[in-house]
Design a protein around this ligand. Structure first.
Ligand code: SF4
Length: 286
């Protein structure tokens, strides 16, 4: 990794007094403690064929990797999230969404009034990037800037995400698609609510089915818990390769969180290495 990329990520040499470091660590703790119950929503199985099972199978190269990523089905630490009352795959709206092509899907998102978030949005933010992407990045929801510009991950958090991608040789829009669990901005950037996630889940499911990524990078608690159907904290899930249906999922902290929590940038770098290994493994298996 280049020195510039390290600096951009805040991973360059850091001189900091121990008492300041302790204070930073204390500030960072709430993110772990904040790990709220999962939205309790199951992303419905895609109508189109899921990513090829073989695409997600770790290659020998991955097996040989020094940190030996392990494909994990949620274990004792990744408790199953409570199932939502709403089961998107079983209602008519979800079935309609599961059959949409890209144009119909994006038009549907932009016109959607399925939850109350439509009332406060400037515009819905369906997602952006390469529709045939190998790498799908899933975040939480649009913020104020994204709501204005209609694109996910813009502003400071977006810049950090772009630098994180550059550090592993990836680039927004080039083999990469970026989407959020929620397509409309929650007021005041509050946390997504389970009914909102439930209503919006079919859209993300259809995006996954259309893109058929070889790897999903889930960033932030809500994206991770929604895709993995767990309420386990990020700290208990990091460092492993999970699965959403057949697609490998690597997780990490949300860039907006990393901007506020310097100590966890080093962990994010480890997560990026794992993501890079997975991408390399799936590429070698093409
Ligand atoms: S957040 Fe999702 S379900 Fe709610 S109005 Fe926006 S697009 Fe529709």
């Amino acid at each position: 990794m280049s020195r510039r990329a390290l600096d951009e990520l805040g991973l360059g040499p850091i001189w900091i007094r121990r008492d300041q470091l302790a204070a930073l660590a204390r500030d960072a703790a709430p993110e772990e403690a904040q790990d709220e119950p999962a939205p309790g929503v199951v992303i419905p199985r895609p109508a189109a064929p899921a990513a090829a099972a073989t695409a997600g199978t770790p290659s020998p190269a991955a097996t040989k990797a020094s940190r030996a990523p392990v494909v994990v089905i949620p274990d004792a630490r990744t408790r199953a999230a409570p199932q939502a009352d709403i089961k998107p795959a079983e209602n008519e709206r979800s079935r309609d969404i599961a059959a949409m092509d890209w144009e119909t899907l994006e038009a549907s998102i932009r016109a959607c009034t399925a939850c109350a978030l439509c009332e406060g949005r400037t515009q819905a933010v369906p997602g952006v990037g390469d529709r045939s992407a190998r790498l799908l990045i899933v975040g939480e929801a649009p913020g104020a800037e994204e709501d204005k510009r209609g694109e996910p991950f813009v502003g400071a958090a977006g810049k950090l995400l772009d630098n994180m991608l550059a550090a592993i040789g990836e680039k927004r829009g080039d083999g990469v698609y970026i989407a959020n669990v929620l397509k409309c901005r929650p007021p005041g950037n509050r946390n997504p609510q389970p009914p909102e996630v439930a209503e919006c889940a079919p859209y993300l499911a259809r995006q996954i089915a259309l893109i058929r990524p070889t790897v999903i990078f889930a960033i932030g608690r809500f994206a991770i818990q929604t895709l993995l159907k767990t309420d386990a904290p990020i700290s208990a899930l990091r460092g492993k390769v999970h699965r959403h249906d057949e697609t490998p999922v690597v997780i990490s902290y949300h860039p907006a969180y990393l901007l506020r929590n310097l100590p966890d940038k080093a962990k994010a770098w480890q997560d990026l290495l794992l993501l890079g290994e997975q991408l390399a493994a799936t590429k070698s298996g093409d």
